[in-house]
Design a protein around this ligand. Structure first.
Ligand code: SF4
Length: 114
């Protein structure tokens, strides 16, 4: 973190959570927390409902960490806006990551005993 801004990658879940808690733009925005929970299932409508929250997310220095936290802590991360993404967008990302991990797991030979 040489620039004073947190950089993504390599942190444990506890550190990621701490960075989000410390630097979250939404924590002291004064905006209604309900803005982070659009009710529509239609992505375009949900984006309109959450427009103010998504604008804040776009400028948030821990946006990547926030998204990572949602993906790694799915019971909470499946709901609302995290890292500037809708739940349906994170679900699609999660499915792609799972498919990629399965493919990588299949390609990398396993060493017996590990
Ligand atoms: S990316 Fe959005 S939801 Fe996540 S901490 Fe930043 S402002 Fe809050």
């Amino acid at each position: 973190m040489t620039s004073g801004r947190p950089t993504p990658g390599g942190q444990g879940l506890t550190e990621v959570r701490l960075l989000v808690m410390l630097y979250a733009a939404c924590s002291d925005s004064g905006l209604d927390p309900d803005l982070w929970f659009p009710v529509s299932q239609d992505p375009a409508t949900a984006r309109r409902e959450a427009a103010a929250a998504l604008m804040l997310c776009a400028a948030c220095v821990v946006r990547t960490h926030c998204l990572e936290l949602a993906l790694r802590h799915w019971p909470a991360g499946q709901h609302g806006i995290w890292g500037g993404t809708l739940p349906s967008e994170r679900q699609a990302l999660r499915e792609r990551l799972t498919a990629h991990a399965r493919q990588a797991d299949h390609l990398v030979p396993r060493v017996p005993g590990f």
